[in-house]
Design a protein around this ligand. Structure first.
Ligand SMILES: Cc1cc2nc3c(=O)[nH]c(=O)nc-3n(C[C@H](O)[C@H](O)[C@H](O)COP(=O)(O)OP(=O)(O)OC[C@H]3O[C@@H](n4cnc5c(N)ncnc54)[C@H](O)[C@@H]3O)c2cc1C
Length: 398
């Protein structure tokens, strides 16, 4: 393992830094930029930001050049993540499209589908969501009940999806449906590239405990899709589902850089907070907790690098991404709990009442619970690690 960056990679970092300095919205870096996250204005701002990233060549650096990417190496992707986290760059509204749907289309889609969708994904013209989970199908996604029934060259879709991130802003959905009831539940599934703008699709918001609206319920009442909207083969969608999930898990591992940044910010917070006029970082209990968090977050970063090295050698991601997902999401939750607890009674204050009028730590703490669930729960990651890395017997529950 070699942890240093080459001169070329450092040059890449400087190029991105310069671009960000020039293109981040005014007031972004000093915290003056404010928009109500629930407003239409905010959605338009995020779409506009993605367009800017695209025009600067920074929207999908890992993609091949022919699709508007830079063919970036994995090391360049690391540099990219570090720099985006450093400036807390605006969210990528088409995260699902760029990191999950388009790579799957490049792998499995027809030429027609690639032509029709990929360009619009990178420009942000079409935002995507992922329609996997249902009220009774989450970890066990093959238990889906949403049906698609053939009617000429059309398919009529009925059912309900839940926890659909970006569903309220999405133009298209990577939707999994049941098209046959066969003996094995992993068979008989078909994946559609569904148009969200039609009367048969109704999106209802789910408001999280942090007051934000990131995900939704999606009701499908005689929604219509066509043969040309099928990705992969009819009844053979399981392979497509897995292909997309592999891309999803790889992206989640990169949250390790957010964790690294949040640890540094936590140290700054511990220096700033005072108890009896003394900075709390001098308190031995706080110091012990910080050292423990440091050791484990550093361990998870090194583990991420180790898995990455393996990926560089193998050329594809493996089950190790489950280790990254598990460690990073659980540690993030612990780190943020520590940040709130360190604030003492002020830790329960929120929004403008919080310390310095900003509830960054409280907001992220509340959000962190979802991170241990979305993209596969911690228990499911443990099963994957047990079965595919440690070679233990299969979970009998599945
Ligand atoms: C922030 C966030 C964003 C999300 N975005 C999307 C999205 O865009 N699209 C989408 O389709 N879904 C999305 N989801 C849904 C997510 O994929 C599911 O919540 C997740 O897969 C778990 O499914 P479930 O909620 O049905 O819980 P269940 O699967 O019912 O699990 C309930 C509990 O049982 C445990 N459990 C289940 N099976 C096993 C087992 N075999 N062994 C041990 N323990 C087990 C789980 O770990 C969990 O603790 C999102 C979720 C979150 C939190």
């Amino acid at each position: 393992m070699d942890f240093s960056f080459t001169a070329q990679e450092e040059e890449f970092r400087q190029e991105l830094r310069a671009w960000l300095e020039e293109n981040l919205p005014q007031g972004w870096l000093d915290g003056e930029f404010k928009l109500d996250k629930e407003s239409k204005e905010y959605e338009l701002f995020l779409r506009d930001w993605q367009r800017k990233l695209y025009e600067g060549g920074w929207a999908a650096i890992a993609w091949p050049e022919k699709y508007g990417g830079r063919n970036a190496t994995l090391m360049e992707e690391i540099v990219y993540q570090q720099e985006m986290v450093r400036v807390m760059a605006p969210a990528l509204i088409n995260y699902v499209g760029i990191h999950m749907v388009a790579p799957t289309l490049m792998q499995i889609g027809t030429e027609e589908q690639k032509e029709k969708y990929i360009q619009k994904i990178i420009t942000g013209e079409e935002v995507w969501c992922q329609g996997y989970s249902e009220p009774n199908a989450g970890s066990d996604v093959a238990a889906i009940q949403t049906t698609a029934v053939k009617d000429g060259d059309r398919w009529i879709i009925n059912g309900q999806k839940i926890w659909t991130s970006f569903g309220h802003v999405a133009d298209r959905c990577f939707l999994i449906t049941r098209t046959s009831r066969l003996e094995k539940k992993h068979k008989g599934i078909t994946v559609f590239l569904l148009d969200m703008h039609q009367p048969g699709v109704e999106t209802r918001p789910i408001i999280q405990m942090d007051g934000q609206h990131d995900f939704n319920e999606v009701y499908l009442n005689d929604a219509v899709a066509y043969d040309a909207d099928i990705i992969g083969e009819v009844d053979e969608g399981w392979k497509v589902i897995i292909a997309l999930l592999m891309h999803e898990r790889t992206g989640i591992g990169a949250q390790v850089f957010t964790l690294e940044q949040q640890f540094n910010d936590l140290v700054a917070l511990a220096k700033e907070l005072k108890d009896d006029d003394e900075s709390i970082i001098k308190d031995p209990f706080i110091r012990k907790a910080m050292v423990d968090l440091y050791a484990r977050s550093r361990g998870s970063l090194l583990n991420y690098y180790r898995n990455l090295t393996k990926q560089l050698k193998n050329g594809h991601p493996g089950a190790e991404s489950s280790m990254d997902k598990l460690m990073v999401s659980e540690l993030t939750k612990e780190l943020l709990a520590q940040s709130v607890s360190m604030q003492g009674h002020r830790g329960v204050l929120w929004k403008e009442d919080a310390v310095a009028g900003r509830s960054y730590w409280q907001d992220n703490y509340l959000y962190s619970f979802g991170q241990t669930i979305g993209g596969g729960t911690s228990e499911i990651q443990k099963n994957t690690i047990a079965e595919r890395i440690l070679g233990l017997p299969k979970d009998m529950g599945r």
